[in-house]
Ligand binder design. Structure first.
Ligand SMILES: [Zn+2]
Length: 140
């Protein structure tokens, strides 16, 4: 698979499909930029091109910027994903099945709980028939 190229904070970044490690490039020379440390510095916001000797400033520390680039790219993928809302998932907490004396009819009540509240669902109908009545009440 081909690597991906993106421009973030005026730097060209190349991200390998497998390694997922963003590599900064000089926007002019396409040469990989090196983190540029001033004397005594252990963190840097700067990248240097060995070709044109230009120093590029990043809005974040180099390692944070790399993380940001990766996350920014991921967000484009996540944006197009389908999300399953588990907040709305209803968990059954009580259920009861009752039959009429002649055993021809039934009533089933089901109480569920979800983040939106309690919900009571009642099914009723004639046994063996496909058609049944359904009533549901939600907590206001
Ligand atoms: Zn350069």
């Amino acid at each position: 698979m081909a690597d991906q190229g993106i421009i973030i904070d005026k730097i060209k970044w190349v991200i390998g499909k497998v390694s997922r490690n963003p590599v900064p490039l000089c926007p002019k020379d396409f040469l990989q930029l090196e983190p540029y440390y001033e004397e005594g510095e252990i963190y840097t916001h700067k990248l240097k091109c060995e070709e044109c000797k230009k120093i590029y400033s990043l809005p974040r520390e180099y390692h944070d910027e790399k993380k940001y680039v990766k996350r920014k790219l991921n967000s484009r993928i996540y944006k197009n994903m389908k999300f399953i809302n588990l907040d709305d998932e209803a968990l059954p907490i009580a259920e009861e099945k009752i039959s009429s004396k002649d055993n021809k009819y039934f009533v089933t009540s089901l109480l569920t709980k979800s983040k939106v509240g309690l919900r009571l669902v009642v099914y009723a109908g004639e046994k063996g028939k496909r058609k049944k009545h359904k009533y549901s009440l939600s907590q206001a």
